[in-house]
Design a protein around this ligand. Structure first.
Ligand code: C5P
Length: 235
């Protein structure tokens, strides 16, 4: 069954087998699968291929950040493997992000898009200040949204709290939000600092919701995914 659900489940699990097993369990309720650095640095290509076989787009959350030529090469490779979306850190600057867009386009034959990572949802004002960034996450995301838009990104990854800002600055960008925590969810906030419920994220204009532990660590992941899908539909 193909679903048009905006939920992308973050399969941050120990092995490719675990990820594919979990993907099969939650597939009826989600619209895509995301794999992160753990799996990409292990059985990356095989995992992307196995997940793509389940009939959902695969999001390779590679969080690329290097000199432009290296990022371009990595993005091209990920596109070739079949990733539908690849992330690159917008703090790498517009030339690097443009290189990511070019590499991915070449590798995927134009079928995939770069999602620019703005400010990690695990960071709050104090954490930004500690590394010398003296503006609020909102201001930073606003600047980064302009970079993403001009560089040709398909979308931007931001916290649910910055969705309105992105909508104002770059309305054509798809808005992808991690940091989703259903009310009363079993996993609490974990290491996320800037969180919102699925209903709030949709109400504020999210295009896709990235949901990991509230689904994958639930005692019944299929039921948790179904519940979040229902609340998204209601929102
Ligand atoms: O388990 P949880 O729902 O917190 O997972 C969120 C996912 O979104 C993780 O895979 C994490 O790497 C990713 N992510 C994030 N913040 C960003 C970009 C991606 O939490 N800014």
């Amino acid at each position: 069954m193909v679903t048009s659900s905006p939920i992308i489940v973050a399969l941050d699990l120990a092995t490719a087998e675990d990820a594919v097993r979990m993907a099969k369990v939650v597939a009826p309720h989600v619209g895509g699968f995301k794999i992160g650095l753990g799996l990409l640095h292990g059985p990356g290509p095989a995992t992307i291929a196995a997940l793509a076989e389940l009939g959902r787009p695969v999001f390779a959350d590679a969080k690329l950040h290097d000199i432009p030529s290296q990022v371009e090469a990595a993005a091209e490779r990920l596109g070739h493997w079949g990733a539908r979306w690849v992330t690159a850190h917008l703090s790498g600057g517009s030339v690097m992000v443009e290189a990511a867009v070019a590499g991915l386009s070449r590798g995927s034959g134009g079928a995939a898009g770069i999602l620019g990572v703005s400010v990690l949802t695990s960071l709050d004002d104090a954490a930004l200040a500690a590394v010398g960034i003296a503006v609020t996450p909102g201001k930073l995301v606003s600047r980064m949204a302009r970079v993403a838009d001009r560089a040709g990104c398909e979308g931007i990854v931001c916290s649910p709290r910055e969705l309105g800002i992105v909508g104002d600055v770059a309305p054509n960008l798809a808005k992808v939000t991690p940091g989703i925590r259903p009310v009363g969810g079993a996993s609490g906030s974990d290491d996320q600092a800037r969180v919102a419920t699925p209903e709030q994220a949709i109400a504020h204009g999210a295009t896709y919701l990235v949901v990991g532990r509230p689904i994958t660590k639930a005692s019944d992941p299929a039921a948790a995914a179904e519940e979040i899908a229902a609340s998204v539909a209601a929102g």
